[in-house]
Design a protein around this ligand. Structure first.
Ligand code: ADP
Length: 395
């Protein structure tokens, strides 16, 4: 099963996108609808609200009088909290129930207006944000939905801002233009990403390996890494000592293969093995095989680790699961911090990578590329250690 979180400001076109995904076969879980259902007449939810706020929050037909409730519940912070304390757990339970009912091979799309405000992004394999310029949204809400303009503006103001949305968006759909345009993007998203992503997660199948092509530095790499780290932290729970972005994409300015290398540190490799299932569920299946780092060529025994690979066909992620039983985790962080502090070393490293990538472009051998790069990296470790000692660097 693939869990997709879908959100966006009011009037941006969330429902439009959700409906198109449903036409393709996605299972829709609609938060607004659930929020209404759990307080319908005859529900324990409505009874609890009446008990908390009094009979006068009911309309004559016994249904919830929303404006009357709003007047009471939004009067002060304590009342607001009391209402949320009633409604949120009910919505959460019903949402979990609907998700659990979905077929094992379902793409579940959770249409949830408060995904960003509630910090819920890490619970999804993929977060899709639908956006449109404020003025366009206001016009749609007024003209198509018949909302009062002031009301539309007030609601837009109360929602998360652009930066917060950008930070969690794995997919950003711009719906400022004609509907056909966004619907075509949704069709491609379904076929090229959601369908193969779902199969990969269900079958615990890592995405296909990348050929060693060096891309110019993408300034959004750190932000992208942060999104994946949040998922890993949630999946790893208490077993995680720390989780970091490492490798070339963690060094601003450095050209690199478009792969996010992430490192999670667990007390022992027994813990790493216990995480194989949870990480797989979260979209990072284990890459079978005996993996080890060989940072030294002086006969030191290799340092074993576990390797997980992101299942998203459009976002390459390697997750190195290491433990303090070996020094490899520390070296990974040292190498990153040392490179960040040494622009000339970055240039030398970039040039070497470019040479090796061209050399191996013909044979397509990722392994050949990695082996040859290791020589330079080993000597760099020595220089980095000197720098670490001089600067009292700690991981
Ligand atoms: P949301 O669910 O994000 O609040 P909707 O999907 O309901 O937004 O869209 C708001 C209104 O704008 C709807 O009436 C919808 O039909 C209309 N709409 C959506 N996308 C477009 C578009 N690209 N062009 C014009 N109108 C649109």
């Amino acid at each position: 099963m693939l869990r997709v979180g879908l959100t966006g400001g009011i009037g941006a076109g969330k429902s439009t996108v959700a409906n198109r995904l449903a036409e393709h076969g996605a299972v829709l879980v609609d938060s607004d609808r659930i929020a209404r259902e759990v307080v319908e007449p005859g529900t324990p939810g409505l009874a609890a609200i009446v008990e908390a706020f009094g009979q006068d929050v009911l309309a004559e037909d016994g249904s919830l009088n929303r404006p009357a409730l709003a007047a009471k519940a939004f009067a002060d912070e304590e009342s607001r909290r009391r209402l949320n304390g009633i409604v949120h757990p009910l919505v959460g339970a019903r949402t979990a129930e609907l998700m659990a009912e979905a077929a094992p091979d379902a793409v579940v799309v959770h249409d949830i207006p408060l995904l960003v405000e509630g910090n819920l992004a890490p619970a999804y394999h993929l977060v899709v944000i639908v956006d449109a310029p404020v003025e366009v949204r206001v016009r749609r809400l007024v003209e198509v939905r018949g909302m009062a303009e002031e009301d539309a503006r007030a609601r837009i103001r109360a929602q998360a801002g652009d930066a917060a949305r950008r930070a969690v968006a794995d997919v950003w759909l711009d719906n400022g233009g004609a509907q056909d345009i966004v619907l075509a993007e949704v069709d491609a998203l379904w076929a090229d990403r959601l369908v193969p992503f779902e199969a990969n997660v269900r079958l615990r199948r890592p995405r296909a390996p990348m050929s060693p092509v060096i891309a110019p530095c993408d300034p959004t790499w750190p932000m992208q890494a942060e999104r994946q780290l949040a998922r890993l932290r949630q999946a790893g729970g208490d077993r995680l000592l720390r989780a970091d972005h490492i490798g070339s994409t963690s060094v601003p300015g450095l050209p690199a293969k478009d792969v996010l290398d992430l490192q999670i540190l667990v007390p022992t490799l027994v813990d790493a093995d216990a995480l194989a299932g949870p990480l797989g569920d979260a979209g990072f299946p284990l890459l079978e095989g005996e993996w080890a780092d060989t940072p030294k060529d002086d006969g030191t025994a290799p340092w074993p680790k576990r390797l997980h690979v992101g299942a998203d066909p459009e976002r390459a992620v390697n997750v190195h699961v290491r433990s303090p039983e070996t020094p490899a985790w520390r070296l990974a962080l040292l190498f990153r911090d040392w490179l960040r502090a040494h622009p000339q070393e970055q240039d030398a490293y970039a040039e070497l990578k470019q040479q090796l990538a061209s050399k191996h472009a013909a044979d397509g051998r990722v392994e050949g590329y990695a082996e040859e790069k290791q020589g330079w990296v080993r000597s760099a470790f020595d220089r980095a250690e000197v720098w670490a000692a001089q600067n009292s660097w700690t991981p």
